[in-house]
Every structure is written in C-alpha cells, then in structure tokens.
Design a protein around this ligand. Structure first.
Ligand code: UGA
Length: 440
C-alpha cells in the first residue's frame, strides 16, 4: 500500500522503516531538511538499534523515501500516518499540539478531491482526534492508532507488538477506515487488535504510560519506607513482581523516570483530568509526578551527605546522562537534573556517558580522583564495573547508586561505602539478592 508518514523523529522514522519492511511503499515527510537528508542517506535521527539497517534496506528497495514537500505527500498516498511530536507546553502541563495542528492543516490543504485517511499515532489528549475529525472535509476520515514503542526497542515493538489499538470515527467512514488499517498490519500475524472509539484509543496510550509511571513512583515510595525501616527494596520488588497481577516491569527503584514520554504524558493526563473536573484522578497523577521529582532531590541530598554536608568544590563523578541505558536521549533526564543541581551547588562534576555526545565515554578517566561516584543511568558498562579496579582510580571509594544496579556485596567487599535506594549495604556474608534468586 502507498502510505505517507508525517513527522520523522524517533516514532516516524521507526514507523516508516517498519512499514517498508512489511512491503508498503512509504514516503516520510518532515519540515527539517537536515533530518530528511540524513534519513535519505539511511541515518536515523536517534540512537535506535537496527534502524539504520532497516532504513537502508527500504531505500535500496526503492520503497522508502523522505521529503520536505507536503505536496508530494498529498500526491503519494491516500493513507497518512501522523507521527509528529507532542511535547509538554512551555508554560503548563498540557501537551503542545501545534505540530499536530499544522501538519494536519497543511496536508489537508494539499489533498486532492478523493477520499483520504489520516491515522494518528502521536500521543494526544482525549478529544483531540474527535476535534480533528470535526474540522475535516467529509472525504477525510481520522483514526487513532497509538504507538507503544520503547526507545531502544522501537523496531521489535512495532513489528512484534503486544497489541494494536485502533480508534475509528463514529461516521459512516469508520468501518472501512478500520479495515484499511487492519490490512496495513496484516503481515504482523496474530496480534490482539482492539477496535474502539477515537477517545478511548487516545486514553489507552496515556493511561499505559501513566500506569508505568505509577508503578515506578510506587516502588520508589516503598524504597523510602524500606530505608526508614531497614528493609530491602530489591528483594521486595522481585517478590512483588512474581505476582502475575503485578508483574515485574517498571519496579526498579532509584532515580525515577524521565525521557520524552512518561513525564509529559503523565502531566498531559493530569492537565486533561483537571480540565474535565476529574479531581481525584488529577490528584493521583500529580502525586506520582511529585514522587518522581522528589527522587532527583533525594539523590542530590545523598551526594551532599556523602560529601559531609556540602558539595562545593568536591570532585563528583556522575556516571550516566541519558534518561535510560541504550539511549542518547537526555529529554527530561533525571541524570541531567542531578548534574545541573550538583553544579549549581558548586560541585566539580565530571560526567561520563557512552552515548550522549556532550560527555566523555572514558570511564577510567572520569573515575580518576573522584570523591563521590554517582550512578545516574544504569548502562551495562556501569553495572559491570569492577569495584576493585575502580577503587584504585577514585580518591574516595564512596558510591551513590541512583539506579540500584550495582551488586552491593561485591562493592562493599572491595572497600566501597555503598549508598543505594532502599537497599542495605551488605558484605558477601549475607546477600538477600542471591537468597531470592535461589528460591524456587
Ligand atoms: C515509554 C513506554 O515504556 C513505552 O511503552 C511508550 O510507548 C513510550 O514511553 C512512548 O510513549 O513513546 P520509553 O520512554 O522509551 O518508553 O522509556 P521506558 O523504558 O519506559 O523508561 C522510562 C523511564 O523510567 C526511564 O527513565 C527509566 O530509567 C525509568 N524506569 C523504568 C525506572 O526508573 N524504573 C523502572 O523500573 C523502569
């Protein structure tokens, strides 16, 4: 099928490449000519394993191309996926929908007089799609098909999804629009395919992210309780996750969630709940956000405490800047907040990150002379750091593990003062984690 993809950031580039791999003929459209050039040369705008290869395969097969021309897009296809960004507004918790509005308006102005289908994938507040449908000419139908891509797993999450959710309009064009989208994804095989109304589809997406955010804030709140009472959140989290009603995902305690999605989707949902006077819902979401932001302050307090009360002029090495391992994305990264706060307080901060270009990748160099070492992102190279060798490099062997990702006993045995989140510092004599893993 001939398809266009409007917006070729992380979502759009991945979606376009994946649609091509399903055999479709795809034209990606973006207002940024530099991004378009780079995509036409097979380079993804973000770090995403396998995406450059998939783009290159599509370009070479002649079924993938990128352009800045909306006229070309309008001519290319009758099905148009909308993948533009919806960041948090500069002055409120609402989502900024300006890119959605301008992309749709520009496209519609160029469409010929036949029937067209706009399939929204961007994350939007409940009611957006209905509003778009109402201002479209009758021959243009609007569906909503939210994406559930995790950065770093975008291709697998597109080609082997857990579920496909599709909101269709309650107009006569709804059922046919639904069939068209079903046909586009036909080669994905047996995947639960839920067809619903536009608003429910929009809400599924933001609720999924808000739920993940809630799980993370919940385990972080419990981590504080563990710390105050002498419990261990790592074992607790494993135990909770074994209950199939709870599940193990999003239960790692530490510095909390960041990135371009969870924080702004949670806030967008909060703003929407307030707009419709769902006050209890808004309070719940607000508490999840507050707990999450508290993690960043808490880590800075832990580092300050490790420095004896002030970080001023102390050499602090922060390992990690991206919002999660496997990504070079620093949007709303908890690590970046911590780095900024420590610098503002006069700390002499050295940052090491394997992927964020602004920082060094030289781990040994970053550790040399550190008075406090902070784990802010759980990259494998930090998790697997040899505590004995690292101890020889630093000035003071104090580590604040903001991601609870280091094997505590190995670090304490190597002479480190280990400070985690709701975890007890142990020596190898008694290791609750290994006790848990042998339980059957
Ligand atoms: C998230 C969702 O997981 C995807 O399902 C969704 O499609 C996507 O947002 C989106 O809306 O596009 P992503 O932003 O890539 O995906 O990140 P996650 O892997 O969910 O991690 C989010 C943050 O939570 C990271 O900062 C991570 O370090 C943190 N986190 C995650 C924890 O603090 N604890 C955990 O147990 C898990």
């Amino acid at each position: 099928m001939k398809i266009t993809v409007l917006g070729t950031g992380y979502l759009g580039a991945t979606h376009a490449a994946c649609l091509t791999s399903l055999g479709h003929d795809v034209l990606g459209v973006d207002i940024d000519p530099v991004r378009v050039d780079s995509l036409n040369n097979g380079h993804s705008p973000v770090l995403e394993p396998g995406l450059d290869d998939l783009l290159t395969a599509g370009l070479q097969a002649g079924r993938l191309r990128f352009t800045t021309s909306v006229t070309e897009a309008a001519d290319h296809a009758r099905v148009h996926f909308l993948c533009v960004g919806t960041p948090q507004s500069a002055d409120s918790w609402e989502m900024d929908l300006s890119a959605v509005d301008s992309a749709v308006d520009e496209l519609v102005a160029h469409l010929d007089h036949g029937d067209h289908l706009i399939v929204g994938k961007s994350t939007v507040p409940a009611g957006t799609a209905q509003g778009l449908q109402e201002r479209m000419p009758e021959r243009v139908a609007v569906c909503w098909n939210p994406e559930f891509l995790r950065e770093g797993h975008g291709i697998a999450d597109t080609l082997q999804p857990d579920r496909i959710v599709l909101g269709i309009p309650d107009t006569g064009a709804g059922p046919a629009a639904g069939e068209t989208v079903r046909e586009i994804y036909a080669d994905l095989g047996e995947v639960p395919f839920l067809v619903t109304d536009l608003t429910t589809a929009e809400l599924v997406k933001v609720s999924a992210n808000a739920f993940l955010a809630t799980k993370i804030s919940f385990i972080n709140a419990v981590a504080d309780l563990c710390e105050a009472t002498g419990g261990d959140v790592s074992v607790l989290s494993t135990a909770l996750g074994l209950d199939p009603r709870i599940g193990p995902g999003a239960l790692s305690a530490g510095l909390g969630f960041g990135g371009g999605c969870l924080p702004k989707d949670l806030r967008g949902l909060t703003a929407r709940a307030e707009q419709v006077d769902a006050r209890q819902a808004a309070d719940l979401f607000r508490a999840v956000d507050a707990e999450n932001m508290h993690r960043r302050d808490r880590l800075v307090d832990q580092v300050t405490d490790a420095c004896g009360g002030s970080v001023s002029d102390r050499r602090i090495t922060v390992l990690g800047a991206s919002f999660k391992p496997g990504s070079d994305d620093i949007r709303d990264s908890p690590a970046m907040t911590v780095i900024g706060d420590l610098e503002d307080a006069g700390g002499l901060v050295t940052v090491c990150d394997p992927a964020v270009p602004a920082y060094s990748r030289d781990l040994s160099g970053a550790l040399r002379g550190a008075e406090v070492t902070v784990i802010a992102t759980d990259w494998p190279e930090f998790r697997d750091l040899d505590p004995v060798a690292a101890c020889d490099l630093v000035a003071v062997p104090t580590v604040v593990d903001g991601r609870n990702c280091l094997p505590v006993a190995r670090w304490t045995d190597a002479g480190w003062d280990y400070r985690g989140t709701g975890r007890r510092a142990q020596s190898s004599g008694w290791n609750p984690a290994s006790t848990a893993s042998t339980a059957n």
